[in-house]
Each structure stands twice: as C-alpha cells, then as structure tokens.
Design a protein around this ligand. Structure first.
Ligand SMILES: NC(=O)C1=CN([C@@H]2O[C@H](COP(=O)(O)OP(=O)(O)OC[C@H]3O[C@@H](n4cnc5c(N)ncnc54)[C@H](OP(=O)(O)O)[C@@H]3O)[C@@H](O)[C@H]2O)C=CC1
Ligand SMILES: CC(=O)[C@@H](O)[C@H](O)COP(=O)(O)O
Ligand SMILES: [Mn+2]
Length: 392
C-alpha cells in the first residue's frame, strides 16, 4: 500500500500516554515518526527517548532544566528548546502531521490552540482542554478544517461506534466508568482513604492526576464534558454506566434502540494507535480478549451521593460559560492538595463546589478569559483550602 510516514509531535512524551505512544511508533517505524518530543521535568528519560527516536526537535517546558538537557544532548544534531512559548511554536512546524496532546491539565490548552491554528490533526489525550474551552476548540477546529481525534479510551470507543453511521442520530451515549478503587466503600470509609489507595486503579496504569480523578469519578465528569464537545451531544444525552471490568470502553444507542459498543483489553496503545493510523486499522500487540476467561461483564449505576464530583461536572456544563474551566482549575488544585496530604478525599468535592460558587462567572469567555479564570479559580481554591484540615 502507498502511504506517507506520519510525523508526530508528542507533547508529554515522558508520561504514561507519551511513553505508550512512543511504543506504538517503535512498532510501526514504516508508518510513524516521532518528529518532536516535549516534556516538563524528566531530563534523563527525555534524553533516552531522543537517543532512541532521533527527533528533529525536543522541548523541555521547565526552563530550569534546559542547560542540563542541552549538555546531555550536545553530541546530537537535535534542536533543543525550552519554555511554554517554545511548545506553542514547535507544533507549528510545517513538517508535523499529528500533534498528540498528552500533557496534564491546563498546560494542554495553549499548545492545542496553536496546533489547530496551524492546521495539525490533533490526537487529543488531554481531556482538560475540551473541559476548559470546548466551545472555542471545536469552533477553531471547524474554522481551520482540522480534525480532533480522540485518544481517551471511552471517546475512541464512541468514535469507533460512530464510524459509518453517517447522519444516523445518536439517542444516547453510554459512557462507561470502572467505578475506581472505592466503588464499594461507604462514606465513612471514604473519609479515611489515603492517596496510596487512591493511586491504585483497578484496571489501568496511568499518571497520578488522572488516577486520582478516576477514584473520585471526576474523570467521568471531565469525560462527559469531553464527549459533549467531541460528538455534539447534550449532557442529558450522556449516561454514565459503571462497568468495573473496563472491557467495554463505551457504547452508543441509536434511535432504533440498537446499541454499538467497542471492546478491547484495557491497553491505551489501542486508541493511541487508532488516532495515529486513522482511518486505517493496523496490526497491534495489544492482547486479544479471551471471552471464556472473562466470562462476566457487569453494569451498575454510579453513586452520585458518594461521588459528588460527577454531579458537579453536570452542573458546570449546564451553567456553561467559564464554569467548567473554574471546576477544572479547582479540581487540579484539589488533587494536588490531596496528593500532598493537605486535604482529605471527600474534601476535594467540597473545595471544588466552594470554588465554583466564589469565582467570577463569564457567559461568553475568550481564550484570554479562560486563562484569567484558571488563575482566579486556583487562587480562590488555594485560599479556601486554608480553612480545611486533613481530617474530613
Ligand atoms: N494515562 C492514561 O492512560 C490516560 C491519560 N489521559 C489523559 O492524558 C493526559 C496525560 O496523562 P498521563 O500520561 O497519564 O500523565 P503523566 O503524568 O503520566 O504524564 C504527563 C506528561 O506531561 C508532561 N508535562 C506535565 N506538565 C507539562 C507542562 N506544563 N508542559 C509540558 N509538558 C508537561 C510530563 O513531563 P515530565 O514527566 O517530564 O514532568 C509528562 O511527560 C491527561 O490529560 C490525562 O487525563 C486520558 C486517557 C488515559
Ligand atoms: C484509560 C482511560 O481512558 C482512563 O480515562 C480511564 O477511563 C480511567 O478509568 P475510569 O475513570 O473509568 O476509572
Ligand atoms: Mn478515559
């Protein structure tokens, strides 16, 4: 078959998604090339990646790490850049076909805007970008005639279920959730859970922030908003279904009541590779499902009384404007404080709710408004958290 090698910029190459993306590249050297690598702090890991994948350019976001990285790579022809502005610049390189956004949190927003404006295909792992500014991102993608392809496992599943469905109307999206490590805990038990317990996801090995989000069900709230923008579905048309085995990655129900589902073992190399190879499917090393070994797939309703973040996410998208941006910033602060043992598990929801009530609301925010809202909401959350102690 005749195809051109796709040149990929991997933003967040040293993280969980980034390293799995490089594994996909390594398995298909005839198809994909790691043209640019971007990380924040992990100089040694980045150096190893540069030596193995030979990119044209590498960016370290943390400028304090630049001298060390530059010295470590001084025997190689690779360009070495540093700082947040350099990330926005690197994604504009005309050689790049696909930008994989695999940084954590708010840091994904500006590089994604820059990549869309230079008409790159976005392989979107950084769900926070669509939570913060979904309306803006989808409008920019339309104006610049570029595709935002999902990498998040649930959204890749929905995307795959919609392939070939043309104009068939979606009746509802069934967004699956593992339920996290505390699915069967009582409120009393949730008061005592530790970060070590929260960092043990039952099915996936992921970065710390998304793992904590899974344990509070905030991940599902963020994913509901991500789905709202990717597939143009109203929030009430997205139902969360707890499916503890994480084999069905999500489903779509059509108006004739037929339901399409996508299944695979929980391995992110599947959706990452599909975003890279789309619209083709190419062979992968992902373990096939053994249905006889699995034997049971189960489903439950989420408990929004215990896991309040899911309800807060629905409230934020219903309010619209900059409210999901406020919620996202408050959540980033809450997760950080929980990981530092400064607040308890249940206090994360309290802090998010308070911050949503106390940060200035803007009905029609611009990119600049989102940046200011993020800063304001972080300040509000940090100030309010001083009234908390780590006992729930
Ligand atoms: N992990 C998973 O399986 C899934 C993740 N996602 C989403 O993908 C995104 C990445 O998650 P994950 O890979 O788990 O996270 P990790 O924490 O494992 O990795 C984050 C990566 O981003 C880099 N990074 C962090 N901050 C910055 C910054 N300011 N500028 C540039 N680079 C930065 C880190 O660099 P360094 O390490 O050098 O500091 C690291 O390479 C998140 O939005 C998450 O929600 C979605 C679905 C599944
Ligand atoms: C792998 C992936 O896409 C994660 O977002 C995953 O979905 C987390 O699992 P839960 O949030 O369902 O526990
Ligand atoms: Mn997911």
């Amino acid at each position: 078959m005749n195809y051109r090698k796709r040149k990929i910029a991997i933003l967040g190459s040293t993280g969980s998604i980034g390293t799995q993306a490089l594994d996909v590249v390594a398995r298909h050297p005839d198809r994909f090339e790691a043209y640019a690598l971007v990380a924040n702090n992990q100089v040694e890991r980045l150096e190893e990646q540069v030596r193995r994948f030979n990119p044209e350019v590498v960016v370290i976001a943390n400028e304090e790490k630049y001298a060390g990285l530059k010295a470590a790579l001084s025997d190689l022809p690779v360009k070495v850049w540093a700082g947040a502005d350099a990330i926005e610049q690197v994604v504009q390189d005309t050689e790049i076909d696909i930008v994989l956004t695999a940084m954590v949190g708010f840091s994904g927003l500006k590089p994604t805007v820059s990549a869309i404006k230079s008409r790159k295909t976005i392989a979107l792992a950084n769900k926070e970008t669509l939570v913060i500014a979904g309306e803006l991102i989808t409008r920019l993608a339309l104006e610049n005639r570029t595709a935002v392809l999902p990498v998040d496992s649930e959204h890749s599943a929905i995307f795959q279920c919609l392939n070939g469905e043309g104009d068939n109307e979606i009746e509802k999206i069934l967004l699956t959730a593992s339920g996290g490590p505390f699915r069967n805990c009582s409120i009393k038990e949730l008061q005592q859970v530790t970060k070590e317990q929260a960092l043990c996801h039952p099915n996936w090995s992921m970065g710390a922030k998304v793992t904590i989000d899974s344990s509070t069900l905030m991940n599902k709230g963020l994913e509901m908003i991500e789905a709202r923008w990717l597939f143009d579905v109203v929030p009430s048309g997205i139902e969360v279904v707890v499916h503890p085995q994480s084999i069905i990655h999500s489903m779509v129900q059509f108006r004739d009541r037929s339901v399409m589902a996508q299944l695979s073992m929980p391995d992110m190399r599947m959706p990452i590779q599909y975003a890279f190879s789309y619209p083709e499917r190419i062979p992968s090393e992902v373990k096939p499902i053994d249905f006889f070994e699995l034997s049971t797939l189960t489903f439950e309703k989420p408990d929004t009384g215990k896991f309040r973040n899911l309800g807060l996410a629905y409230r934020s998208i219903e309010a619209g404007g900059n409210m999901p941006c406020i919620m996202n910033a408050a959540n980033e602060v809450a997760v950080e404080l929980f990981l530092q043992d400064k607040i308890g598990f249940l206090q994360m929801s309290d802090l998010i709710e308070e911050t949503m009530a106390k940060t200035g609301f803007i009905r029609h925010p611009s990119l600049e408004d989102y940046i200011q809202t993020d800063a304001e909401a972080r300040n509000v959350a940090r100030e309010r958290s001083k009234n908390y102690n780590s006992i729930n």
